[in-house]
Design a protein around this ligand. Structure first.
Ligand code: SAH
Ligand code: SF4
Ligand code: F3S
Length: 470
């Protein structure tokens, strides 16, 4: 098969770098470097995109700052997954008008998934006139060009046309951490789950070339990164648009053979595409962390069909059985939606029974939020808010009990953890993560940050473990 995803020609990327150089020269005229702030909402993919935005801003001569106070450029990288996320963005963007009045030269940019929703772009155009630049995720690589246009005062810039996307390589990246790194392996989503906005905002599935990904991982390992997460909306469809017979298990295995002391994680896996081959690679590669995020969304097969998830409850449970057969101590986390249109309380009980049967280590629980333009938003939704909240509460309570029970089972065991940061409480001066990604609080010398260490687990709560160095 030939590669089917378009790749941005290197000369187009080079042109963006020229724009960076021009802006850098302009910024160098100032008495001090101008300041830029990037605020990120949403998923890890957005976090990774923000590291690219910061990388480009550095190339343009900006200094990255941790707040918007007094910044010359503010970039809001938005998420459209639920109504609540959007309301927060509108609230925060609205509040920026005051700062802009004090500093009329300030440039305010809004990018990310919300920018790709036509009604949002329209609302920004009409009612948020202090926002200078709006562009969707597929246009991210053109940020220097857009910013230059705004900086030269050529009016507001809106680049929000629908776009299936392409692959852009060679962009600078400014990583926030020294130990943990994100590596996008693919972009977009083709699954069109009926409730979800992502396929409309992020375009079609497209994979980066394996050699480019592996080189990035080699460089990260050489720089001392110890916790590397491979990102995609559904990593399991990696390689379908590539030449040759690349798939995700093969990529993961190749990544795990890169020299260095690091752990590999990945997210997210659509259960319909999580294969035995993947579980085998996880089982046999010590560098692949024994953890998988496998969103089930609902425990009822009728609801799953209405969600267009393309697996049944039984098929999901079969996958979990197979996974645990291969990796008995695997840490399993998941996402679930309560109150999908037409879900009855009886059907919701199947979600409850599924979590009791599987016993996830952690669960991300969401109340359904209608997204304009998705098929589910057109479905009749007779259940009241109160009833949905009551179901949601039952789910939370059940999962909290399970999470606590699961954590209790860690007590008394010794785990190899990566010490990854300092805690807020002086008695627990350090934080660490088990290979499965569970948070551990402990006390110790900050010089240990960045090392793997054996930690004895001595206590726990629903959310975290506590322990001591052995
Ligand atoms: N690509 C990932 C999910 C990204 S969105 C995957 O398929 O696993 C993260 C989670 O948000 C989803 O798993 C789902 O549980 C939740 N979600 C997505 N759309 C939603 C909506 N309209 N309302 C409520 N929750 C939603
Ligand atoms: Fe959304 Fe489904 Fe794609 Fe995940 S797989 S991003 S839930 S459409
Ligand atoms: Fe949100 Fe877009 Fe990620 S909608 S969850 S930022 S892909």
């Amino acid at each position: 098969m030939k590669r089917t995803t378009p790749v941005i020609p290197p000369e187009d990327i080079r042109r963006q770098k020229e724009y960076c150089a021009q802006l850098r020269a302009m910024n160098a005229q100032r008495p001090a470097p101008p300041l830029a702030y990037v605020d990120t909402y949403g998923c890890q993919q957005n976090e990774a995109d923000s590291e690219l935005l910061r990388g480009m801003l550095c190339e343009m001569g900006y200094e990255i700052v941790p707040t918007g106070e007094g910044a010359d450029v503010i970039v809001i990288n938005t998420c459209a997954i639920r109504e609540h996320a959007e309301q927060r963005v509108f609230g925060n963007v609205g509040a920026l008008v005051h700062g802009k009045r004090r500093n009329p030269g300030q440039i305010i940019c809004l990018c990310g998934c919300m920018a790709q929703e036509p009604h949002v772009a329209e609302r920004l155009r009409q009612s948020y006139r202090h926002v200078d630049l709006v562009f969707g995720p597929q246009q991210l690589w053109r940020f220097p060009e857009f910013l230059r246009r705004v900086a030269l005062r050529r009016g507001r810039v809106f680049e929000t046309e629908p776009d299936d996307g392409a692959i852009a390589e060679g962009l600078p990246v400014y990583r926030s951490g020294k130990l943990k790194a994100w590596v996008s392996i693919m972009y977009g989503c083709n699954n069109f789950c009926s409730y979800c906005i992502v396929p409309y905002t992020r375009g079609r599935e497209r994979s980066r070339e394996p050699e480019v990904i592996l080189n990035e991982i080699r460089a990260l390992a050489e720089q001392g990164y110890m916790d590397i997460t491979l990102l995609g909306q559904n990593v399991n469809s990696y390689g379908r648009d590539l030449e040759g017979d690349w798939d995700f298990p093969r990529l993961l295995e190749a990544a795990a053979s890169v020299p260095g002391e690091f752990l590999l994680r990945f997210m997210t896996s659509h259960p319909k595409d999580a294969t035995e081959k993947l579980f085998d690679v996880m089982a046999k590669c010590p560098k692949v962390a024994p953890v998988i995020h496998l969103p089930f969304q609902s425990g009822n097969s009728r609801v799953l069909a209405a969600m267009n998830r393309r697996y049944t409850r039984e098929q999901y449970l079969d996958k979990v059985r197979l996974l645990r057969e291969r990796i008995p101590d695997v840490v399993l986390t998941s996402d679930v939606i309560v109150g999908f249109p037409g879900e009855t309380t009886e059907e919701f009980e199947d979600t409850l029974s599924l979590i009791e049967e599987v016993r996830f280590d952690a669960l991300f629980t969401f109340i359904y939020s209608p997204r304009r333009g998705t098929p589910a938003a057109e479905l009749p939704d007779p259940m009241s808010k109160e009833e949905k909240s009551a179901n949601f509460q039952r789910l939370l309570e059940a999962q909290n009990r399970i999470s606590l029970e699961k954590h209790r089972a860690y007590t008394g065991t010794v785990r190899r953890c990566l010490i990854d940061g300092s805690g807020e409480d002086p008695r627990n001066s350090l934080t660490a993560r088990t290979a499965g990604g569970r948070l551990v609080h402990l006390s110790g010398d900050p010089a240990l940050i960045g090392r793997f260490a054996e930690i004895k687990i001595t206590g726990c709560s629903t959310w975290a473990l506590s322990g001591e160095l052995v």
